[in-house]
Design a protein around this ligand. Structure first.
Ligand SMILES: [Zn+2]
Length: 97
């Protein structure tokens, strides 16, 4: 078992979501310091590079998200199709219905 470089406490599996991207880390049970192994950091960077940054547009009282053509092709989406918004702890995701 790895030890915390700061206090020598026990490191436990941890993780969460940062900027919409899930990450895995190790958190010290004693001081709360959170660290990533090289593999965890590489995995986070891979996932972050796949995440598309999109701009929100105003549409009446609502906001609209333009789904990139790449995603339209990849998931076979069509205009006027229905999709679901699934609310999660740190945001939401849109899933074709
Ligand atoms: Zn510690």
């Amino acid at each position: 078992m790895k030890k915390c470089p700061g206090c020598g406490g026990r490191l436990a599996q941890a993780g969460g979501m940062r900027k919409g991207v899930t990450y895995y880390s190790l958190r010290c049970e004693k001081c709360g310091e959170e660290i990533m192994t090289l593999d965890q950091a590489a995995s986070y960077l891979d996932e972050a590079q796949k995440a598309k940054l999109v701009k929100l547009s105003k549409w009446g009282e609502s906001l609209a998200v333009r789904i990139p053509a790449e995603a339209v092709r990849k998931y076979g989406l069509n205009a006027k199709e229905k999709a679901r918004i699934l609310f999660e702890k740190d945001g939401f995701k849109i899933v074709p219905a």
